[in-house]
Design a protein. Sequence first.
Length: 133
Amino acid sequence: INSSILLRPTNHFIYGGIKLMKLDFSDVKETKLVAEGEQSLTIIGAKEARSANGTAMLVIDMNNEEGGFVRDNICLEGPGAFRAQQFIKALDIPEDVFASMEASDLIGMQPKAIIEHEEYNGEERAKVKKYVA
């Protein structure tokens, strides 16, 4: 037993004097992809972010009824902002109302989107091709 790692009843490890949380991945299931084609989705996560070049965007995590997952990065400014317009129309929200919302207000909303699969870093992933109203 390494004496520098001690399991505490608080579900934390102490390692080198630093408190670390004990992680349990026993209930984690492999992520399924949202199937290709038009899909009804539910937003399960949303946050504001900046792209690598500094563009304001939303990072949107969505599931379909079968438990498939897709993440979309939606630019809010610049040439990619047309996707934000598609997204707003798919949610049937007036643009001025959307502009006054917090990202977390989107959780639970249900856009429709056309999904396609692509290879990324050697793995297949689902990608939003287009949002549909």
